[in-house]
Design a binder for this molecule. Structure first.
Ligand SMILES: Cc1cc2nc3c(=O)[nH]c(=O)nc-3n(C[C@H](O)[C@H](O)[C@H](O)COP(=O)(O)OP(=O)(O)OC[C@H]3O[C@@H](n4cnc5c(N)ncnc54)[C@H](O)[C@@H]3O)c2cc1C
Length: 426
């Protein structure tokens, strides 16, 4: 993963405010939020609007990690799939969980409008099938979302129509979703962070949390200070690994990479993707891409399960792009970056409490733009005493990654090698 955020096209095209001060000394709050990605910013915003004194501690800067580096795709549903959720919670609660995601999309739209967040929000998304079994998956997806959840924004497309939207020979079918879309994720996250601050939340940057003491009043420590708070919300993504063994066992960090080409010019860009849609394929290791507002191809897909940044990541991600769009062979890459995705065993999100007053939001498994936005609202409601909706999510059970601390990653690498092979099968 590039450690220099300036390598990301998002950092190059977002306006950051001056750094916020680091925490120094001991202070008190109603709620201490750890991490200022979208989970933390949304939680802080919703709590501050309810009148809570909220302090946010961020190790780097707002939106520095996944939320500011993501593909920016706004898609209903949850990673891991609705079938698994229905298997655990039953059909009625699975419908509620689906509805949370639709509420999350509406909330995203509302936050952008109400706070005038300039983040290139655009609607239209296609899930694309590469092989016959994935074509059937798309039909199943449509049947499930329309039949069980009453979602009416989908259109199934056979090969020719899919190719009229995505100028690639690779896909045999597509599912167009008019209710999904994309944003500039860093500008969106910074906008939600600014809204939280405007609502009264106090954010400290460069304030890594190094320890947590539980109790009716919890103490959250940084190198130079501490926050004593009635509630804590852990929103630190893979940062949880260093904060709680219980959370670490359920989580593994996987790096995902994105490249941005040089600007293609309007005509060439529009010829690649109709109506400015975003696209994700159905492979286990997915390709996801879209155009930027200045007509670059932003293409993500390469992952590293070993946690080691593989040499030649930019070249490999570019090659994945050329597999889809060979017509871009002459185009140079201007920016390349990566970020960490918090994956659970089942890929379902993992929300809950470590103690009655210590909440956590993690395990978005690469599907977190909408999920974090709504999760912040649900966590804020729960902290304010209305936990019913949060607790539907908290009922989703999770297995530990096998292998303990030492063997967890090698075991995952082996499993992922199998899934990679599966992507290659017809
Ligand atoms: C390359 C990439 C592409 C993606 N594409 C998509 C996409 O297209 N659509 C989609 O829905 N999802 C996508 N995702 C997933 C999505 O971005 C994440 O699920 C979501 O942003 C997670 O938000 P978060 O707030 O939980 O975590 P983050 O945004 O990672 O924020 C966590 C914050 O906690 C801070 N932190 C960590 N440890 C500590 C500590 N000890 N003390 C204080 N602060 C700490 C970090 O610095 C960070 O700012 C993508 C992710 C990546 C990496």
């Amino acid at each position: 993963m590039s450690e220099r955020p300036a390598d990301s096209w998002y950092e190059a095209t977002a306006r950051r405010d001056a750094p916020l001060p680091a925490l120094e000394g001991d202070i008190q709050a109603d709620v201490c939020v750890v991490g200022a990605g979208l989970s933390g910013c949304s939680t802080a915003l919703h709590l501050a609007k309810r009148g809570y004194k909220v302090v946010v501690l961020e190790a780097e800067r707002i939106g520095y990690a996944a939320s500011g580096r993501s593909g920016g795709q706004i898609i209903p549903g949850w990673a891991g799939g609705m079938d698994k959720i229905a298997g655990q919670l039953g059909k009625a609660d699975a419908k509620r969980v689906w509805d949370f995601s639709i509420e999350g999309i509406e909330l995203t739209r509302e936050l952008i409008e109400r706070n005038r967040i300039d983040c290139d929000l655009a609607w239209g998304h296609v899930h694309a099938a590469l092989k016959p079994r994935q074509r059937l998956e798309l039909l199943d997806m449509q049947r499930g979302q329309e039949g069980e959840f009453g979602y009416r924004k989908l259109r199934f497309m056979e090969r020719a129509e899919t190719e009229s939207w995505i100028a690639s020979k690779r896909y045999i079918a597509g599912l167009y979703d008019a209710g999904a879309g994309h944003v500039h994720p860093l500008r969106y996250t910074l906008g939600v962070g600014r809204a939280a601050i405007a609502a009264g939340a106090q954010v400290f940057e460069n304030s890594e949390v190094t320890g947590l003491t539980y109790g009716p009043t919890a103490t959250v420590k940084t190198a130079k200070g501490s926050v004593r708070a009635k509630f804590v919300a852990l929103c630190a993504n893979v940062g949880h690994v260093g904060l709680s063994d219980r959370l670490a066992r359920k989580l593994i960090g996987v790096a995902s990479y994105v490249v941005a080409t040089k600007p293609l010019g309007e005509a060439r860009a529009r010829a690649l993707l109709k109506d400015n849609i975003a696209v994700a394929d159905l492979n286990w290791i997915i390709d996801y891409y879209r155009l930027s507002a200045d007509q670059r191809m932003l293409f993500g897909g390469r992952v590293s399960y070993s946690g080691i940044d593989p040499l030649g990541t930019t070249r490999a991600t570019r090659q994945r792009m050329l597999n889809v769009f060979p017509q871009l062979a002459d185009v140079e890459i201007d920016y390349a970056w990566g970020g960490m995705i918090d994956i659970t065993m089942s890929r379902l999100p993992n929300f809950g409490r470590l103690e009655p007053n210590v909440y956590y939001l993690q395990g978005y498994s690469g599907h977190g733009m909408v999920a974090t936005t709504i999760a912040g609202r649900l966590a804020a409601e729960a902290i304010a005493g209305q936990a019913e909706r949060f607790d539907v999510m908290a009922r989703i059970r999770h297995h530990d990654f096998p292998g303990g601390r030492l063997l967890r990653r090698p075991t995952l690498v082996m499993a992922m090698t199998w899934f990679r092979l599966r992507d290659l099968l017809p």
